[in-house]
Design a protein around this ligand. Structure first.
Ligand code: PEP
Length: 243
């Protein structure tokens, strides 16, 4: 099974128009597509998604680390589940930038699993860390802090490797770097959690860059920002995962 996640961020997008132009017919059943719109659209999209689009699931872009209570402005994983979401992005670099720390992210991972949502944990180094050769140190730190405190590993978890310098830059990472990182993540997970988790890549994926990136060992899908706003481009990225 391959995974293709669309992160629509805070963009204004008409879902009905998008869906009209998203040709899902040629996309294999082996590709699980998850669309993460803004919170306000989740219920409508879950309700109106035609039954013919079985391959498409809906996710949130974040969730509260708490399930219920006096947490003004927060959205509970249980609420998301109730309106039809099945996934949630956790620890996106744009959320980390706004002050989400590692402990909060670990709590969100646990909360997502408790609410029966599949968390998509985003990790990745910044440009300075990459240039200094500290990618491994940064990723191991994030995996230790965000993943090891998980209490119940029985649910599904996706790990999205998203180097910060590749997000929105128009330049995806080099295949060789991606191969090394996917191996590093997989080995860390196997050594520390005695299990295998799916690793996907995010950062300026387009239908063009996807062709090569999809061939990298250990990468089983993509998290796509900008290019997912264009339904034709997004469908082409899905097709590249089949090759
Ligand atoms: C992202 O923000 O998760 C992302 C991958 O964005 P983009 O594809 O636009 O680089």
């Amino acid at each position: 099974m391959k995974h293709l996640i669309a992160n629509w961020k805070m963009n204004f997008l008409n879902f009905d128009e998008w869906l009209k132009d998203f040709d899902h017919n040629n996309i294999s059943e082996e590709i699980q597509i998850v669309i993460c719109p803004n919170y306000l659209e989740i219920k409508y999209i879950c309700k109106t998604l035609p039954k013919t689009h079985k391959k498409i699931l809906i996710g949130a872009q974040n969730l509260s680390s708490e399930i219920e209570g006096p947490f003004t402005g927060q959205i509970s994983g249980r609420m998301l589940r109730k309106i039809g979401a099945s996934h949630s992005i956790v620890g996106h670099s744009e959320s980390r930038l706004l002050g989400e720390d590692d402990e909060t992210i670990a709590n969100k991972m646990n909360t997502a699993l408790e609410c029966e949502l599949t968390p998509i944990l985003c990790i990745g180094e910044n440009q300075e860390e990459y240039s200094k050769g500290s990618t491994e140190k940064k990723l191991k730190h994030q995996l230790t802090e965000n993943l090891l405190p998980i209490q119940n590993l029985s649910g599904n978890i996706l790990i999205a490797y998203e180097p910060i310098y590749a997000i929105g830059s128009g330049i995806a990472v080099q295949k060789e770097h991606l191969k090394e990182v996917s191996l590093l993540i997989k080995n860390f997970v196997r050594d520390n959690l005695a299990t295998d988790l799916t690793v996907i890549y995010g950062g300026s994926v387009t239908s063009e860059s996807a062709i090569d990136l999809a061939k990298v060992d250990g990468i089983d899908g993509f998290l796509v920002g900008n290019a997912s706003l264009d339904p034709k481009e997004f469908a082409n990225i899905a097709l590249s995962l089949e090759r």
